[in-house]
Design a protein around this ligand. Sequence first.
Ligand SMILES: Cc1cc2nc3c(=O)[nH]c(=O)nc-3n(C[C@H](O)[C@H](O)[C@H](O)COP(=O)(O)OP(=O)(O)OC[C@H]3O[C@@H](n4cnc5c(N)ncnc54)[C@H](O)[C@@H]3O)c2cc1C
Length: 491
Amino acid sequence: MNKSPTPYQPIISSAAKIAVIGGGVAGSTIALRLAELGLDTTIIEKGPSLVNGPPICHLHAGGNLYREISDAQCLTLLKQSIDTVKVYPLGVNKRPTVIALPKTDKGQPSDLLPRLKKLTAKYTELVELDNRNKVLGEPENYFKFYSKAELEALAKLPIPDEAVKDTDWLIAYAKHVDLTLLKFPVLVVQEYGLSAFRFAAIASLAIENLSSCQLKTHQQVVDIISKSTTPGWQVTTKSEQSQLPQVQNFDYVINACGFKTGEIDDMVQAKRQRMVEFKAAYVAHWPECQGLWPEVVFYGERGTPQGMAQLTPYPGGYFQLHGMTQDITLFKQGLVASCQNSAQPKLAQRFVDKIDKNWPIQLVNSRTMGSIEHIAQYIPTFNTAETASKPLFGAQQIPGGDAHLRAADVSFDGKNYARAEIVKASSALAAADAILKDLIECGVITAEQIGDKLTEHYFPISQQSSEQEVTNRAMTLAKQRNYPAALAKNF
Ligand SMILES: Cc1cc2nc3c(=O)[nH]c(=O)nc-3n(C[C@H](O)[C@H](O)[C@H](O)COP(=O)(O)OP(=O)(O)OC[C@H]3O[C@@H](n4cnc5c(N)ncnc54)[C@H](O)[C@@H]3O)c2cc1C
């Protein structure tokens, strides 16, 4: 494809060649970060397009979906999410998240307060440091609790199509949720949505316009060996189109293969402990749905029949559903760990088949209907929702041995080799930043060449696409992947 002329000036002039293996959220973000600076970057992706791995719907700006993780991880996710909104504003669906504790839950709403105060203090500090960080609204409004009486009063109002006041987000919720099942107060927090399709569109459009970035799709890395003379790597790829393997030399390799990161680690004999978890979310259409919906979360103990229920809204009555039970989002034996001999955890064949081939239609229907019933426990009218498409699914890696880890970015092994290990999409920029520092450490570039762009996120090309261009491309991608176009629209 011919790259169109670009108005930007590359920051770096360097002969170094960098390979990014895998074009998911991590690989695309890292490649954009390096190529926007002018570094010669090649993405090698075995699939047909960018950001086509496991789903992303929630930004996690504060980690409030996870009561079980440390406050430190929540604060990291908050900062990383703010950076993500600043770099990819058109990838974000700007609506709050309403979190309720059902009466069946062991916790109390007041248990959430200490962490919310820490998150508000951190957000305040970040905004005081730089006003451009104010992407989640006013810091004093980062979270708010609502009493039962307040919700009952809101339930009497007509459901608006647009949010003028903060409480407008709660009207549909107050009307449809069975408030008798909840503990009060209910929490509203400024955790927004993040759209995988819009993210894929932003990255694809940017790479088409960046002469420093080459995208090689349908190319699988099958071997990688260390060069004997100078630091660097010889990377062998194969494609379905050609039986002949291709060999290319790179000065620095970034392994961003998602749940397959261990396969490349094994090729370069890099030891690493990690886990891989297969999970799925479901897509439902609720024709009776009207007006504005926030993201809705009902807490529950993970892995039990009362596991957390999550409803993510999209335009036109479409919703993405999670239920943290073994019969909805989670799967028996869906979490596996690496071993002494291999850094690649081995998923059972039935999960590999789900990733590589189609799901059986009965399973699509039974799991989606299960997710609808799970939500309908709390939103009874939601029981008229129907299966809208195949699920959104995939396996994600979790570095180390703690299955609850949610804030992770990158690790390094020897010289000129990095591996992205994000658990959440918002950590991809932090991985890219750390890789830039390692490029300096390894002598691939110098600190003088990069100057203040080491700390400043420089993404002029990624940010030049218009809202309409992003929406059009995201809708095309959703259609190609057999998902409703609504999932690609801005909400
Ligand atoms: C059900 C579910 C819901 C989720 N919801 C959210 C959410 O709301 N918010 C959030 O932030 N995160 C969410 N996640 C996690 C998120 O999807 C992942 O963390 C993220 O996609 C990881 O991105 P990645 O780029 O590291 O990996 P991937 O997206 O898996 O990308 C890796 C890429 O590498 C390619 N590849 C692999 N091997 C090779 C090879 N040998 N050669 C060439 N290419 C190769 C693959 O084709 C793939 O495109 C969810 C995950 C699941 C499973």
